[in-house]
Design a protein around this ligand. Structure first.
Ligand code: TRH
Length: 417
C-alpha cells in the first residue's frame, strides 16, 4: 500500500469474522474475501474463529490447520492468542466483531490501515444516515468507518460477484446444466407442471399449515429442504401424517442424506448442506425460494424468483421492524393485490419463527393468494435484481477505502511539510 496521496493503492486486506451462530457471518465474509482476492487482486487474509462452520460452506477447509490457502485467500484461525502481524492496508471488521487489542495498537502506530466496520444488512431508513460515518477511537489516533450494505443508492449495496448474473442466466438457458444439477441431488429433472420450491429455514411453527396446503393442493409440489434447523419439524409433520393415515411414505434412496417424504400432492426431499456456490444453483433451479438470515436472502434476490424471507429472530423483536422496512421497499412497485399477498405470506411465515411454538395455519391460508400472483412477482423479481446490481458492495467499499486512504495520506504529507 502506498502512502503518497497521488498514487494511493490498496494491496492487502485483513477480514475479521466471529461466527455468532449459523452460517451468515462466515458466509458473507467468505464471499467478500474471495471477491476482493479473485476480482480485485488484493492479498486477503481471512481471520475466522470457527473453522468447523466455515468447512460446511467450503469443504476444502482443513479444520486442523491454523493457516491455509484456499481459493486465493489466506485463511487463518483467529484463536485466543493473536499473533504479531503487520496490519493490512484495508482492515474489515465484520459485524462489529471487536479486533484483537494488539492489532488495533499496531494499526495506530503504523497509520497505514483503513479500518472498516462492515455492518449487518438492513432496509431501515436510519442506515442512510449512518453509512460511511466515522467513529474515532476513544484514546488512539485511529478512526473506524461504518459501512452498511443495503438496497438503496444511499447504502453500500450488496455483494455481487462479477459473473454471477451471467452464470445464472446460462444455467437457466442450459438444459444440460439443469439436468446435471437434478442428477447431483439424485433426481430426474421435474416437469414444468411441478412447482419446485426450496425451503431453507429456522424452526418454524407455520410449516405444518403450509405443508397441509401443498399436500392438498391441485398442483404437484416438490419441496427441497437443505438440512438444518427446520428439519425436525419436517420430520414431525410426516410422523403426524403417518399416525393419521397410511399416506406417509419415506425412502432412504441411494444416499442416506437424501431423505424423501410424500403426502398427497407434496413431495419433500431433504438435501445435504452443499458448498456455497452450489446453493445458488438450488435457488436458480426452483420456482419459489424460502430463505433465512441475511446471505441466503440476498442470494434469493439475485436468483430473481419469488421468495419468502424468514428473518433472523432477535429477542427484542426488532426484527419485525427490519422485515417491514424491507417489505415496504420490495413491494412498493407491486399492484396492491400482489403486495398484500406477499405481505400476508411473509408475515404468517415469520409469526411461526422460533422453537416450541404451537403449529399455526396462517402460512397455509396465505399461500393460494401468493401462488396466484406468481407471474407478477417473477417480473418484479427480475427488475428488482437488475436494479440492485447497479450498487455493488465491493466496488463501493474499495472506492470508499481508497478515498479515506488518500485523505489520510494528504493529511500526513501536510504534517511532514
Ligand atoms: O445461517 P444463517 O441463519 O445466518 C444468520 C444470518 O446471517 C443473520 O443475519 C446473522 O445475524 C446470524 O446468522 C448470526 O443464514 P444466512 O445468512 O442465509 O447464511 C447461510 C449461508 O449458508 C449462506 O452463505 C448460504 C450458505 N449455504 C450453503 O453454503 N449451502 C447450503 O446448502 C445452504 C442451505 C446454505
Amino acid at each position: 500500500m502506498m502512502t503518497s496521496s497521488s498514487n494511493y493503492e490498496l494491496q492487502t486486506c485483513d477480514i475479521f469474522c466471529k461466527v455468532i451462530d449459523n452460517y451468515g457471518d462466515i458466509g458473507v465474509c467468505w464471499r467478500l474475501a474471495r471477491q476482493l482476492a479473485g476480482e480485485h487482486g488484493l492479498q486477503v487474509r481471512l481471520w475466522v474463529d470457527d473453522l468447523g462452520s466455515f468447512a460446511k460452506l467450503c469443504p476444502e477447509i482443513d479444520v486442523a490447520q491454523e493457516s491455509q490457502r484456499c481459493r486465493g485467500v489466506e485463511v487463518c484461525l483467529w484463536g485466543k492468542l493473536f499473533p504479531e502481524v503487520q496490519p493490512a492496508g484495508l482492515v474489515i471488521e465484520a459485524f462489529a466483531c471487536k479486533l484483537p487489542q494488539s492489532y488495533i495498537e499496531a494499526m495506530a502506530s503504523q497509520q497505514r490501515s483503513v479500518w472498516i466496520n462492515l455492518e449487518y444488512l438492513s432496509a431501515e431508513d436510519w442506515v442512510h444516515g449512518c453509512h460511511r460515518l466515522p467513529s474515532p477511537h476513544p484514546n488512539l489516533p485511529l478512526t473506524k468507518y461504518f459501512f452498511f450494505p443495503g438496497f438503496t443508492k444511499q447504502t453500500g449495496g450488496l455483494l455481487l460477484e462479477r459473473s454471477l448474473l451471467a452464470r445464472r442466466d446460462e444455467f437457466r438457458n442450459n438444459a444440460a446444466q439443469q439436468q446435471a444439477f437434478w442428477r447431483s441431488i439424485g433426481m430426474k429433472m421435474p416437469g414444468a407442471e411441478t412447482l419446485k420450491i426450496s425451503l431453507f429455514g429456522y424452526e418454524n411453527a407455520a410449516l405444518h399449515g403450509l405443508f397441509d396446503t401443498w399436500a392438498n393442493g391441485a398442483q404437484a409440489v416438490l419441496c427441497l429442504v437443505p438440512e438444518g434447523r427446520i428439519l425436525p419439524q419436517v420430520e414431525q409433520y410426516f410422523e403426524d401424517v403417518g399416525r393419521d393415515s397410511s399416506r406417509r411414505s419415506q425412502s432412504a434412496g441411494m444416499n442416506p442424506d437424501l431423505r424423501n417424504y410424500s403426502c398427497g400432492n407434496l413431495q419433500v426431499r431433504v438435501l445435504p448442506f452443499v458448498e456455497q456456490d452450489r446453493y445458488d444453483e438450488l435457488l436458480w433451479a426452483c420456482d419459489v425460494n424460502f430463505v433465512r438470515g441475511e446471505d441466503s436472502c440476498v442470494r434469493a434476490q439475485w436468483a430473481a424468483k419469488p421468495f419468502i424471507w424468514q428473518i433472523y429472530p432477535q429477542h427484542d423483536t426488532v426484527h419485525w421492524g427490519k422485515l417491514q422496512a424491507f417489505l415496504n421497499l420490495y413491494s412498493a412497485p407491486l399492484s396492491s393485490r400482489t403486495s398484500e399477498a406477499v405481505q400476508a405470506l411473509w408475515k404468517a411465515w415469520n409469526k411461526g419463527n422460533g422453537a416450541g411454538q404451537a403449529a399455526s395455519t396462517g402460512s397455509g391460508q396465505a399461500w393460494p393468494a401468493f401462488a396466484a400472483v406468481r407471474g407478477e412477482l417473477e417480473c418484479h423479481a427480475q427488475h428488482w435484481a437488475r436494479q440492485l446490481a447497479e450498487n455493488n458492495l465491493v466496488l463501493n467499499l474499495l472506492d470508499f477505502s481508497r478515498e479515506i486512504g488518500r485523505m489520510r495520506a494528504i493529511k500526513i504529507e501536510g504534517q511532514q511539510t
